[in-house]
Design a protein around this ligand. Structure first.
Ligand code: AMP
Ligand code: MG
Length: 285
């Protein structure tokens, strides 16, 4: 474990996934770049969340004044990998007024009647927004590929279409942070078992998850291709070690801080005469 707290850009570089990287070589229990044990990591996360809250308000403020910049955090991962937990713990620290969460489930009949990017395009961030995708367009090259829901030629064509779509979004001011929450099968088993031990967690348990678990190797092959083919400079992929929730939260918080830092949103200057308004307010009854 590291003895100092690394800069968010170092954390981002450590978990970035490139076109030649292997998902199988990424350890879901890796803690190597963290600030230390659980309590030190949680303290570091708390500081990062404070920073994030401020950055996110700046982004929102800049959006009201005409800046087109926005941030999109895209979360993918196997069942129980912690997509919902990441939203609660990391995004929960921000002001809900400027944040929107979008979850993508099995497509509706209307969605299926359109191109796979149709439902995505409709909910992309607008100026100043911070948006989280809980699952995403990548389901259309993951679950869809694993279960042969469309022809192979169709899903194969989607990697390039996703890249073009994301490049256009980046071009128009959106910073994309694509996170794969990487859990081990052993950790998934623990989490499924824990849900069955606690009646307040039954609602999170889905018997279908056991069937999907049976396709683990196929999912990993599909993730490997999605991550390698769609990790671009405009929209890089990050593989986050997710067996420890506290470490996962710390890494994702770093990735978001780094994204906001790159945007560097500024509070807009007043578009009125501040001194005059001060005098008017002071003279109020
Ligand atoms: P959950 O996120 O666990 O509530 O489940 C949502 C389910 O919807 C998952 O099983 C996803 O694989 C599935 N899903 C999401 N997008 C698609 C898609 N484009 N095609 C088929 N299934 C999808
Ligand atoms: Mg599920």
């Amino acid at each position: 474990m590291g003895s100092r707290t690394p800069h968010p850009s170092e954390v981002a570089a450590h978990v970035r996934f490139g076109p030649d990287d292997q998902l199988a070589a990424r350890d879901p229990r890796d803690l190597s770049i963290g600030p230390g044990d659980r309590s030190r990591t949680e303290e570091a996360t708390a500081r990062l969340l404070g920073t994030l809250e401020e950055w996110q308000e700046r982004l929102y403020a800049a959006g009201t004044a005409g800046s087109a910049r926005s941030v999109l955090l895209l979360l993918q991962g196997m069942d129980t990998s912690g997509k919902d937990g990441t939203v609660r713990r990391v995004i929960g620290a921000m002001n809900p007024a400027g944040v929107r969460i979008e979850s993508f489930k099995k497509p509706t009949a209307e969605e299926l009647a359109h191109d796979f990017l149709w439902r995505i395009d409709r909910v992309m961030p607008s100026a100043g927004e911070t948006v989280v995708f809980n699952r995403s367009q990548y389901e259309d090259v993951l679950v869809v590929r694993v279960h042969s829901l469309v022809e192979e030629s169709e899903w194969r064509s989607r990697y390039e279409r996703i890249n073009a779509f994301e490049a256009a979004a980046a071009e128009s001011g959106c910073v994309l942070v694509k996170v794969m929450l990487n859990i081990s099968p052993a950790e998934q088993k623990e989490r499924l078992a824990a849900r069955l031990e606690d009646p307040t967690k039954y609602w999170k348990y889905n018997p279908d998850d056991l069937r999907e678990r049976g396709f683990w190797a196929d999912y990993m092959a599909a993730y490997q291709d999605a991550l390698a083919r769609c990790s671009t400079d405009a929209a890089p992929w990050y593989v986050v070690p997710a067996d420890r929730k506290w470490y996962r939260d710390w890494v994702v918080a770093n990735l978001l801080v780094e994204a906001f830092r790159r945007v560097d949103p500024q509070y807009p200057p007043a578009d009125f005469d501040v001194d005059e308004q001060r005098r008017l307010v002071a003279a109020l009854d």
